[in-house]
Design a protein around this ligand. Structure first.
Ligand code: NAD
Length: 359
């Protein structure tokens, strides 16, 4: 795999803890600076949304084992949110992190998105932000997080609410010392940039997902912007939330059926060739330059090992050939690559219907 540009130069990152880490694995891991935060993050980060059970049920044993393995092997960044299983991901992490030195990892959680029930899904008010964040800390069993992010801000009733209430509330959390940095997350990168430009609260990181994958590489158009601004770019979901796997995406995946079929055809082709599609997809994303970190959801020790092997290894000639083939035949010229607007419109339709039933 190509060396990403701008790696940090130390053999050991700031999160290295003698006696806890597997020294050889940490030496192999690549770290980069996350914007101007001073955080030296592993280029592969641990996405803990699968701990919420949204992909499939996960045992406590698998959750604890996968986090411990990932951290000892040099992954030093964990992403979670109250939204993932209505607090289950944070609860599992609380159990997993109990016996792990706090200085060995950075952890990020979120505010704004909460429950499956449509009327309780989003709440960007100051009251909920402050209360929800305390609940997150409690579940995680931590006194502080490294990063607190406004979750999926495109679903807010207006950008003004995010700018005048949510971000100032998050700033209060930062001032209390319970979070070190502030971030925003969402799917449409232009909307994230718009909020970033207009915010009077300093935003340190921007997270977007499913935009740097085999089927949609549009995040690359925004990389220079993030670098110029000194904002930490967090890329998430190299498997496009399960789309680029042999089992296919979960039922809640927002991509319309026709576009899902394109990925299913690519998966079938790989299978016929005896090639593992997730390996091609993870390698594709992790090989891109100037991406400080990519969050990959992991749910078992073997998955962690498999992904670390991809990070540290190279594709065979046959794998490279098959990847080029599926890019050209299925993905590059696909009619629909993203679901911008679709999901937000659906949310507002469902919310209005639910509200009209109760009024
Ligand atoms: P992903 O694309 O990382 O895919 C995760 C799925 O792939 C899980 O089911 C996982 O078990 C499986 N998987 C992992 N490695 C595999 C392998 N080698 N072979 C086969 N299957 C494999 O999607 P994701 O987990 O949703 O995204 C990554 C993380 O980014 C999330 O966990 C979350 O922390 C973060 N995220 C944040 C936002 C947001 O803030 N709005 C949105 C999406 C993701």
């Amino acid at each position: 795999m190509d060396q990403p540009s701008e790696p940090t130069d130390q053999a050991f990152p700031k999160t290295y803890v003698k006696g806890f880490h597997d020294d050889e694995a940490v030496k192999k891991m690549k770290y980069s600076n996350l914007g101007n935060t001073g955080m030296q993050v592993s280029i592969l980060g641990f996405g803990a949304s699968p701990f919420g059970g949204g992909y499939h049920p996960i045992s406590e044993e698998d959750a604890i084992g996968s986090i411990r393995t990932a951290l000892t092997k040099g992954i030093n960044y964990i992403d979670t949110a109250p939204w993932y299983g209505n607090g289950k991901s944070e609860e599992m992490l609380g159990k997993a992190l109990k016996d792990i030195p706090r200085e060995a990892y950075y952890i990020a959680t979120k505010v704004g998105r909460y429950q499956q029930e449509i009327t309780k899904m989003f709440d960007f008010s100051e009251e909920k932000v402050l209360k929800g964040f305390e609940e997150s800390l409690e579940k995680l069993g931590l006194s502080y997080v490294d990063l607190i992010q406004v979750h999926d801000l495109e679903f807010a009733p207006s950008p003004e609410l995010i700018l005048t209430e949510t971000l100032p509330a998050v700033q209060k959390i930062k001032e209390s010392g319970k979070a070190k940095f502030i971030g925003i997350t969402g799917y449409p990168v232009d909307e994230l940039k718009n909020i970033y430009e207009r915010s009077t609260v300093k935003i340190d990181t921007i997270l977007s997902y499913c935009h740097l994958t085999l089927n949609d590489s549009s995040l690359l158009d925004h990389v220079d912007y993030m670098k110029d601004k000194g904002v930490g770019l967090i890329n998430a979901s190299p498997l496009a939330m399960g789309l680029l796997t042999h089992g296919g995406p979960p039922v809640w995946h927002p991509l319309p059926q026709e576009a899902r079929q394109v990925a299913a055809n690519a998966a079938l082709y790989c299978q016929e060739q005896g090639i593992n599609l997730p390996k091609l997809a993870v390698d594709y994303t992790l090989s891109q330059k100037n991406i400080p970190i990519t969050l990959l959801g992991m749910s078992s020790i073997s998955e962690v090992h498999r992904n670390l092997d991809v990070l540290h290894g190279d594709l065979t000639d046959k794998e490279k050939e098959v990847r080029e083939f599926i890019l050209e035949k299925f993905f590059r010229h696909a009619k629909q690559k993203s679901w911008e607007v679709v999901e937000v419109e659906k949310y507002w339709r469902k919310l209005k219907a639910a509200q009209s039933q109760t009024s």
